[in-house]
Design a protein around this ligand. Sequence first.
Ligand SMILES: NC(=O)c1ccc[n+]([C@@H]2O[C@H](COP(=O)([O-])OP(=O)(O)OC[C@H]3O[C@@H](n4cnc5c(N)ncnc54)[C@H](OP(=O)(O)O)[C@@H]3O)[C@@H](O)[C@H]2O)c1
Length: 170
Amino acid sequence: MERWQGKLAIVTGASGGIGAACARALVGAGLRVVGLARREAKLLELKQSLPSELQPQFIPRRCDVSKEDQVIESVAWTERMLGGADVLLNNAGITRETELVAVDNTEKIRQGICPGAVNTNIFPEEIHFYVKHMARLEPENIADAVLYALRTPPHVQVHEITLKPMGEIF
Ligand SMILES: NC(=O)c1ccc[n+]([C@@H]2O[C@H](COP(=O)([O-])OP(=O)(O)OC[C@H]3O[C@@H](n4cnc5c(N)ncnc54)[C@H](OP(=O)(O)O)[C@@H]3O)[C@@H](O)[C@H]2O)c1
């Protein structure tokens, strides 16, 4: 990770789940992280949960990534105040329930396709009864994969990593 020491990552959706785990892992690995999300209080909670010497390395910033002006302003602010980002972890997202063959669902599909299940708060309350019995990864498993991709030497390009929980049922 030497080449990433002191470099800056932007993590979208850093207030919970996978984004929070990744932000925590990146800070722990020596990067500074601008954490973007709508719930500033959750971002501050994450900052305060870091070891005190690492807290300055996590920079929370409120941003709704569905609003283009807020994204542009956050990136411009990062350029202006911190010299720009070296890594973008574009993680923020939501789920949408639909079926592939349903009509008028293009927008839902565009927003919501995701692979292997991860144990976060992304699943809506109504399907918790089903989800709690599903094989799931932990957010830290995704953070490990992010660190792996960063750790490879510069001549190695990681195009895709597929992570599935053992025992996943389709
Ligand atoms: N969990 C899974 O099974 C799974 C599997 C594969 C892929 N994924 C993908 O992984 C990503 C993270 O999912 P997760 O499970 O960690 O979800 P999560 O626990 O619900 O966390 C979602 C994060 O995204 C942020 N977010 C949502 N909408 C946002 C917006 N408009 N602007 C800024 N931030 C926003 C939330 O923060 P605020 O509410 O504070 O804004 C939160 O920090 C998503 O893109 C998801 O599709 C998830």
